[in-house]
Design a protein around this ligand. Structure first.
Ligand SMILES: NC(=O)c1ccc[n+]([C@@H]2O[C@H](COP(=O)([O-])OP(=O)(O)OC[C@H]3O[C@@H](n4cnc5c(N)ncnc54)[C@H](OP(=O)(O)O)[C@@H]3O)[C@@H](O)[C@H]2O)c1
Length: 349
């Protein structure tokens, strides 16, 4: 395990230099990895494992669109694709990749199919950490491990295909076999992680729920809308407001931030932009800091997970989510976005 200096803090990371793919295959050669759930993470991880030569089967409810997708992706019913219970019974590693609310619903069934020495694998700390809400308390005679890719399941797959990988955190909650760590790291490499960094189930879920409600999605979407609204209120056209808020960010600036960091980005824009951004960054930081503290507290107290479980366990939860997503899609800002994207040279005939 290499120690890397992250801005003065030493942290352990694992890359394919520490655990090569060969080594991961060796460590997993006697395992049957059952990926339960073929939603977003399921396909990414299952396909990468399969392409990396790991013995993988998929468990999915029959007669669903997700089952058909697994078939289209080359999983064969009764050979490598099974109903959830059957796959769980066959697996020595059970990757629990149902939606978090789905995990709660399946748990009473799943726990009957876990055999001594199996590994129960999560990609989120949710179910274990909020056990008072989920009721998911694993038996003592199995390993309980986590590999959480820091990105969408889609990029788990696309980054694997383009050779870049996606960073993941890993954690061990319960080590019954004495092999929990090697199993975790081997699986982390085999699902296509770029590098793996250590966390705990608690820290994974607290940071993940904060991140997605914050900068990654909630806050980003909120501040984009706020700036767009201000520009529109002051008479700017939709295309000007959208270009200045979203298109310039996604098509230019954020790519440069990804390559070289925000300090470099500041240093390589006009001195007019630098002066203004340096003045305004602390003001935005101070304005939203109390909101982030509130958000973290809401995560920690279990209020966020309670809301997720209540909302997403309703039979019509998908329709309800879709209704809200459609409102966003049909707003002037994102309709403008659709028109702006269609005008990109690569999208024009
Ligand atoms: N989305 C991501 O990119 C991402 C990133 C990092 C970590 N994670 C974590 O990875 C895990 C999987 O997330 P996901 O986003 O891939 O989930 P998802 O797409 O919402 O999961 C859908 C899967 O769960 C199944 N499912 C839902 N409710 C069910 C129920 N009551 N009974 C049986 N099956 C049910 C669905 O089957 P049907 O099609 O039959 O409904 C489908 O296979 C979660 O712990 C999540 O927090 C996700």
């Amino acid at each position: 395990m290499a120690k890397i200096d992250f801005g003065g803090v030493l942290e352990e990371v694992i890359t394919t230099e520490e655990i090569t793919l060969e080594k991961a295959r060796e460590l997993l050669k006697n395992e049957i990895v059952a990926v339960l759930g073929y939603g977003v993470q399921g396909p990414g991880q299952a396909l990468n494992l399969r392409d990396n030569g790991i013995n993988v089967i998929v468990g999915q409810r029959k007669g669903t669109a997700s089952w058909d997708r697994a078939v289209a992706d080359g999983f064969v019913p009764d050979k490598t694709l099974f109903p959830l219970e059957e796959a769980a019974e066959k697996g020595t590693v059970v990757q629990f990749l149902l939606s978090d609310a789905g995990q709660v619903a399946l748990w009473p069934t799943l726990k009957k199919f876990l055999n001594e020495g199996d590994a129960l694998y999560f990609s989120h700390g949710f179910s274990i950490v909020y056990k008072d809400q989920t009721g998911i308390i694993p038996p003592k005679n199995i390993d309980v491990i986590l590999v959480a890719p820091k990105g969408s399941g889609r990029t788990v797959r696309t980054n694997f295909l383009d050779g870049s990988g996606i960073n993941s955190s890993f954690a061990i909650f319960q080590d019954y076999t004495g092999r929990a760590k090697e199993r975790t790291l081997a699986l982390g490499i085999a699902i296509g992680s770029g590098y793996l960094f250590r966390t705990t189930f608690e820290n994974e879920v607290y940071s993940d729920l904060t991140g997605e409600r914050g900068v990654l999605l909630g806050c980003l979407s909120g501040v984009m809308e706020a700036q767009y609204t201000t520009l529109r209120k002051n008479g700017h056209s939709p295309s000007e407001a959208f270009n200045e808020t979203v298109e310039e960010l996604t098509q230019s600036l954020i790519r440069l931030v990804a390559e070289s960091g925000m300090d470099w980005m500041f240093g390589n824009c006009s001195t007019t932009a630098q002066r203004g951004a340096l003045d305004w960054a602390p003001r935005f930081r101070d304005a939203v800091l109390p909101l982030f503290d509130q958000l973290y507290e809401s995560v920690l107290s279990g209020k966020e997970t309670k809301r997720v479980l209540e909302a997403n366990s309703a039979p019509d939860y998908r329709e309800k989510l879709q209704k809200e997503l459609d409102e966003m899609k049909n707003s002037e800002m994102w309709k403008t976005g659709e028109a702006v994207r269609a005008l990109r040279p690569e999208n024009r005939k």
